[in-house]
Ligand binder design. Sequence first.
Ligand code: SF4
Length: 232
Amino acid sequence: MIDFPLPRLQPQEAAVYAALGLKSGSRPSPRSSALLLRALELFKICSEPLGLCAAIALDEFADVFSGQGRNAPDTPLKKIFPRADSLHLFAFTMGARISEEIKSLFASDDFALGSVLDAVASLAADQAGRVAEEWIERQDAMQKNGALSRAFLYSPGYCGWHISAQEKLFARLRPEKIGITLNESFLMSPLKSISGVLVTGPALIHQFSEVYPFCAHCKSPACRERGMARSA
Ligand code: SF4
């Protein structure tokens, strides 16, 4: 069972300001600092982090990956997962309470605090993915007597993997057990939830040099931040 302690999930101040559009190196105003302090208090009170992780065989994952047959013809994950040493389906949620708090702040016209808490919760959910990656890497290292592998989380809705694959992912993993449900557009509720497959293997399997057609519309090139795209 993966543990998600709040201090590991709480984002750095600089990351929250960057997510809110403050230029790197700029000094936040006293009002922004006070809003962030309040948002972090709410984050501590309202977060109910829970995760679910289950190993899946390569051929079974091939079926989850194909989803409803709506993936892009070529995707990084299509080439990466067959080379993995292990695959784990994964889902995580920050819980319903924090999403309800964000909704209620927007409903009561407190857009400023609502936006800051929204950014904090989104960054925390992303950080949960990294916590899970590190947990899998530690498990893998213990099994292989210390040989180093890299685990990365890949999610439906990104990099050509169509979001409708959530249907098969949910049918297999059953994230309802930790309170995550899927709507008819394949979006998760609570909103601050993530899902996908943790792909573990030598670092090299995660690297690619192609630029895919969908990369032209990518607003957050995580592959570059993670050092996976060598020239994308
Ligand atoms: S540029 Fe964006 S869409 Fe393309 S592979 Fe990287 S993260 Fe995925």
